[in-house]
Write a protein that binds this ligand. Structure first.
Ligand SMILES: Nc1ncnc2c1ncn2[C@@H]1O[C@H](COP(=O)(O)OP(=O)(O)OP(=O)(O)O)[C@@H](O)[C@H]1O
Ligand SMILES: [Mg+2]
Length: 322
């Protein structure tokens, strides 16, 4: 069963006389035990989607329409009070560049204790015990509770943020670029640890990054986002072996090679479109090496191509709209 069901979500930012369509008709299901990766270039709407799920999209941002069901309950229409009960307890989030948000003059343990007690009524003693337990879980020696953030490496700070997100045993954790500030080796190590903890505790993860190569090995499924839309979604291996959208193919070509001579990544020429301007056809049209006439005038929708694989591209669509 789907734990989280996002259907036809439209969210964005109300600017002077224009609407920035950061998330445009996005549908996505997350199951229990899922590890789904969301990848796409900067500005394609990944964080806006995450904030929408958390009910934390602040003005000028708003959810315009669509539905987000969590265990069958509609989050987009829920009262603030009810949402506060779900947020952190059932769905938690590690924010983009979160590791810089640790309070520099407060002991690590006290920060974890505070975050636990902000959402749950427990004694100080219990909260301290839980803080030590959580640090152990994320591979930090529990005696670090008395340390300060400046005494920790970047990787350790990131683990502390993870510990906080895990503190109330949520069933879904959204991680928005949790490791990008770290070097590649530490990044990989932390992601492997996250997966170990996930397997042990059985929660689901929505892992956001602009780095597709990181997701391929570790996540179960991958959704590719471009200019506010999910343009391709498949199981990780399937997506890696058989990327169908020219945008996904472009992201794959930008992978650094792990073996062989160092080469500059090709990247994808051009830039994503301005999301405040309506686009009639495919949003990737201007940058696409495989564009056809139809792509300029008709917008492709996500279409199933079998193998649990969906893509929004005229090359792989029939010609009927869904
Ligand atoms: N507070 C805001 N006000 C107005 N526009 C915003 C705001 N936050 C984001 N946007 C716009 O919404 C679009 C999507 O932004 P978002 O932050 O969701 O992208 P992202 O995929 O998370 O990018 P990144 O990889 O850089 O974190 C962008 O065009 C961005 O400029
Ligand atoms: Mg972001």
């Amino acid at each position: 069963m789907n734990m989280l069901q996002i259907k036809d979500l439209i969210a964005g930012y109300e600017m002077e006389e224009k609407w920035v369509a950061a998330v445009d008709h996005v549908s996505l299901n997350i199951k229990k035990d899922d590890f789904i990766g969301l990848a796409g270039e900067s500005g394609c709407g990944k964080s806006t989607l995450a904030f929408s799920i958390m009910g934390l999209l602040k003005k000028p941002g708003r959810i315009k329409s669509g539905s987000i069901l969590f265990r069958g309950e509609e989050l987009t229409k829920m009262s603030d009070e009810k949402l506060r009960n779900i947020r952190w307890r059932d769905i938690s989030m590690v924010f983009q560049s979160a590791m810089n948000s640790l309070n520099p003059i407060m002991r690590i343990g006290d920060q974890i204790v505070d975050s636990i007690r902000a959402h749950k009524i427990v004694s100080m003693e219990e909260a301290h015990e839980r803080a030590e337990e959580l640090l152990k879980l994320v591979n930090i020696s529990p005696d670090r509770v008395n340390g300060y953030p400046h005494q920790l490496s970047g990787g350790m700070k990131q683990r502390v943020m993870m510990a906080m997100a895990l503190s109330l045993n949520p069933s879904l954790i959204i991680m928005d670029e949790p490791t990008t500030a770290l070097d590649v080796v530490v990044q990989r190590m932390i992601i492997e640890e996250i997966e170990e903890i996930r397997e042990k505790l059985g929660f689901s993860i929505l892992f956001i990054t602009h780095d597709l190569s990181l997701l391929v090995e570790i996540s179960k499924r991958i959704a590719i986002m471009y200019a506010g839309e999910i343009v391709e979604i498949a199981n990780s291996q399937e997506l890696y072996l058989n990327p169908l959208h020219p945008y996904t193919q472009g992201l794959m070509n930008s992978f650094p090679t792990l073996v062989g001579p160092l080469r500059r990544s090709n990247g994808i020429p051009g830039r994503p479109p301005d999301l405040s301007q309506p686009i009639e056809g495919c949003r990737f049209y201007d940058r696409c090496a495989k564009k056809m006439n139809i792509c300029k005038i008709r917008h492709p929708v996500l279409n199933s191509v079998g193998n649990n694989h969906k893509v929004a591209c005229w090359i792989h669509s029939g010609d009927e709209d869904e």
